[in-house]
Each structure stands twice: as C-alpha cells, then as structure tokens.
Design a protein around this ligand. Structure first.
Ligand code: ADP
Ligand code: MG
Length: 399
C-alpha cells in the first residue's frame, strides 16, 4: 500500500487492515499462502520506476503497440490482435471447447491441452489471412490455469515471438479478467483514473474474488472463496439437476421461468465476514433433490434453478455490499464468465445505483476467457512480465 492508503480507503488505515486480517486469519490450511499475500506494497510486488505511474500515463507510454495475444488457460482457445494506437481489435477469434467436454460434465484437462494444440494453428492461419500487419509484442496468459493448457499457449506464443522477432509478455489471467470492465472506456479514450479506487468482483468457473484496484493498478484482495468458485457451484448444481456443462448458462435459461423464492437455499456468511463459500449451498441442493421424486424434480426444475441462481447471486452481492460500506471506492466492476448472468447483472446494477457508484460491467463478449482482455492487460497492467516468461498454474491476482 502506498503512503496515501488512508486516503484510498476513506477509513483510518487500521480499520481497513483489521477487516482484512479478519478475512484471512486462519481460513487457509497453508499459512505460507497468505504470508506473501494481499498486503504487498508496490515495491514488494516488484513495481518500480515508471510502473508506479498513473494508469493513463502508463497507457500513453505504451502507445503504438501492435499486440498479438493468446489465451489458453482452460477450455477456450483464443487469439486477438490489438492496435493500441487506434484502440481497436482488427482481429479477435475464439474457439470454445465446451461441447467437447460436455460428456465429461466438466473440463477434461488433457483433452483441453490437446485441443489447444490442434486449434491454435487454425486461429493463427485465420489471423494471417486477415492481413492486419506484423505484431511488435506477443502476449500470452501465464496463469493461473490448467498446466498443460498454459504450456501449449506459452509454447505457441514463444514460437510466434521468435518468428516475428518481437518481445513476449506474460499476462496474469485474473488481472486480465479484472481489468476487462475498463476496456470499453479505454477504447473510447475515457480517463480511467477518476474511477479508481475500483471495487471489482471477478466470478468465473475457477475463481470468485473481490478486490480493490488502487490508483496505480495495485490489486488488494478483499475476499475469495473458501471452497468452490461461483461458476463451479453453478456447474455442479446444474449437473445434479441433470443439466449439461457449462451449467451456469443452463441454470439461467431455466431460471427465467422459475420463482427465485420457491426454495430457501443458504447464503454463507450473510452480512458478515469477507469470504465466500458455496459448498453448503451445493450440499443443500443435493439433500433437497434426494427428498424429491424424479417427477417432482422435473416439474419444479425451473423453480430449483431460479432459487439456486438467486442464492449464488445473493451470496456474491452480500459481500459487494459489505465492501462498499467498509472501503472507499469510486466505481464497481463485474467480470468473469459468470458475469454474463442476467440476474447478477441486474442485481449489481441496483446495488451500484443505491450506492451512487459508477458501474463497469465487462462487455458480454469479454466475460468468458478471451484473448482480447489478455492484449488489453498487456497494454495497461504494470504487472505484466517480459521475457523470459514461465507459466504458473497457481498464480494469484496480486502477483
Ligand atoms: P474460467 O476462466 O475459470 O475457465 P470462465 O471465465 O470461462 O471461467 O467462465 C466459465 C464459467 O462461467 C462456467 O462456470 C459457466 O457455467 C459460467 N457461466 C457462463 N455463462 C453463464 C451465465 N449466463 N450464467 C451463469 N454462469 C455462467
Ligand atoms: Mg477465466
């Protein structure tokens, strides 16, 4: 935290640190995890020199880059080309593997890695045929993600960097998601600085994180999940309800005709503690289904979906509400695959309006895993790593 941390959070510094301490005290089996965690200063985090500059200055410094970016952390193979001078993407192409993994009810890691290896040459051929000119940077997701999938993406990126004689940049996938709500503003030349500090909620298949983005794009983690991520809870819940992967989409589709108050599912840590948990909700659904006949489940599936979706949304937004009341922020953001959910978008819009905060929703096409957000992060995130780049399946948002 910088010297102006007190001003950042509006509250006396001690009050904020106290809140963070409560969040993390003893909630992890591995204390090593948190010793190096969210309290890193910019200097400890390796941010120095021009990296501590304001966001808009950073963006100006990196103008006129042509970035070819790759995303392969899970089951999306994605390639994008960003022209940072015109702030446009002359090329973006995504190949979702969701159908391939459907029969396994989740992502099959080896199959995903093999599919990335098959698809990237096709994506590169498509980019070459669009003749957008040579890149001067190659950006690639360096983690977190599935090790085999990250390795394939990095290998392809390294060979592209050699072929085009340009630098390789390693991007943190979580920070790319977290920054994606700023992308449309940046494209329209809207200054980002007045929106900082920013309270962000990142909800995806593998992560549920609540964090503050400070004035120099330092990330301060406020809350994370103790067990499943929100998307994982939706996917597993959907599976119990006999719905295909990816379950979040299916639950939302059926919930449209259901009553969110039909079943009383639990919301963990309601009104207290900055931490998420979805295992109790999942167990509650399991036991509820065990008490119902299959005919009854068929008949009430829409109500089950609507109530389950509502519990996930409430559990997420309860913490957003808590953070708004306890930490100073100028804007609120939502990103990640689950942020495509209409109910979640509607409810967070109401919260932002009530708190009179600017709301930044990641554009729907940039909610799931995509290479465009990787290119944007490569252009604006001070924590981007230059070559040599290694992948890290367990990378944290503040690393
Ligand atoms: P990850 O990066 O962890 O692979 P993504 O950002 O790709 O995750 O998001 C995938 C997750 O988003 C899945 O769990 C999926 O069920 C969920 N998801 C996608 N669309 C929706 C939706 N409309 N409503 C709720 N969840 C959704
Ligand atoms: Mg993701």
């Amino acid at each position: 935290m910088g010297a102006n941390a007190t001003a950042f959070f509006g509250l006396p510094l001690a009050a904020n640190v106290g809140a963070l301490d409560r969040t993390f005290a003893g909630d992890d089996a591995n204390p090593r995890h948190f010793r190096k965690s969210p309290y890193k200063t910019a200097r400890q985090a390796g941010i120095s020199g021009d990296h501590t500059g304001k966001v808009h200055r950073r963006i100006c410094q990196r103008k006129n880059m042509k970035i070819l970016s790759l995303e392969s952390s899970c089951d999306d193979s994605s390639l994008a080309f960003l022209d940072t001078e015109r702030r446009i993407f002359p090329f973006e192409k995504n190949h979702s593997q969701a159908l391939l993994h459907r029969e396994y009810g989740g992502v099959f890691p080896n199959l995903a890695a093999r599919e990335h290896g098959r698809v990237f040459p096709e994506l590169i051929a498509a980019w070459e045929s669009c003749a957008c000119g040579p890149p001067d940077r190659i950006a690639v997701t360096r983690g977190p993600g599935l090790p085999g999938c990250l390795a394939v993406g990095l290998g392809v990126a390294q060979s592209l960097a050699r072929r085009h004689g340009c630098d390789l940049l390693g991007v943190n996938h979580l920070r790319a998601h977290a920054l994606s709500p700023f992308l449309p503003l940046w494209q329209q030349n809207v200054p980002i600085e007045p929106l900082l500090p920013h309270l962000g909620l990142l909800v995806s298949g593998g992560n549920t994180l609540l964090f503050i983005v400070g004035e120099d794009f330092q990330f301060q983690l406020l809350a994370r999940t103790l067990d499943d991520a929100a998307g994982e809870a939706l996917d597993k819940g959907a599976r119990m309800l006999g719905l295909p992967y990816p379950g979040g989409v299916e639950i939302e589709r059926l919930a449209a005709n259901g009553d969110p108050a039909a079943f009383a599912f639990p919301r963990a840590f309601r009104g207290r503690d900055l931490k998420f948990s979805f295992s109790g909700l999942k167990t509650s659904l399991l036991y509820r289904l065990k008490k119902m006949s299959s005919a009854e489940i068929d008949e009430r599936r829409a109500n089950l979906c609507a109530s389950y979706q509502e519990a996930v949304c409430d559990a997420l937004l309860d913490k957003v509400d808590y953070a708004i009341r306890n930490f100073f922020c100028r804007s609120l953001g939502l990103s990640g695959g689950v942020s495509q959910n209409g109910r979640l978008r509607k409810k967070i819009t109401q919260i932002a309006a009530a708190a009179e905060l600017s709301l930044l929703l990641a554009p729907e096409k940039y909610c799931g895993d995509n290479a465009s957000m990787v290119a944007f992060a490569a252009a604006v995130d001070p924590m981007v790593i230059a070559a040599p780049v290694a992948f890290d399946p367990n990378l944290k948002i503040y690393e």
